[in-house]
Design a protein around this ligand. Structure first.
Ligand code: CA
Ligand code: CA
Length: 119
């Protein structure tokens, strides 16, 4: 009886890592409609946090320090701006050219953008 119980316990322990493996193929990226600008909190367009059709001259707020990827399906440039305090002016950390998708803004801009200036 003691031997049977030990066998069951070992099997259960071995089974735990299997639960940590990724399940199947990656989920599909979030969509962004034609003529919209969309920003996402994760790389490769996952976790949409902004979907906008703002026009040139607009300042568009987005959840602070979250943007990692974006799709610019509009015909104007969107600059990702990081707010700085004190004497430092706000800083443009990434420029999203018209009709350009960026799957990862990279370490200099990741999780820094606080708003967008639309040009
Ligand atoms: Ca910031
Ligand atoms: Ca913001």
């Amino acid at each position: 009886m003691r031997r049977v119980l030990r066998t069951v316990t070992v099997a259960a322990v071995i089974g735990i890592p299997a639960l940590l493996l990724p399940a199947g193929p990656a989920a599909a990226a979030d969509t962004c409609a034609s003529d919209h600008f969309c920003a996402y909190q994760n790389a490769s367009y996952h976790g949409k946090i902004l979907d906008s059709r703002a026009v040139s001259g607009a300042r568009v707020d987005v959840a602070d320090n979250q943007v990692t990827s974006a799709r610019n399906i509009r015909n104007n440039r969107w600059d990702g701006i990081n707010i700085r305090s004190g004497p430092l002016p706000d800083q443009t950390v990434f420029r999203f050219a018209a009709q350009t998708s960026v799957a990862n803004v990279g370490p200099n801009a990741n999780d820094k953008i606080d708003y967008f200036d639309v040009h």
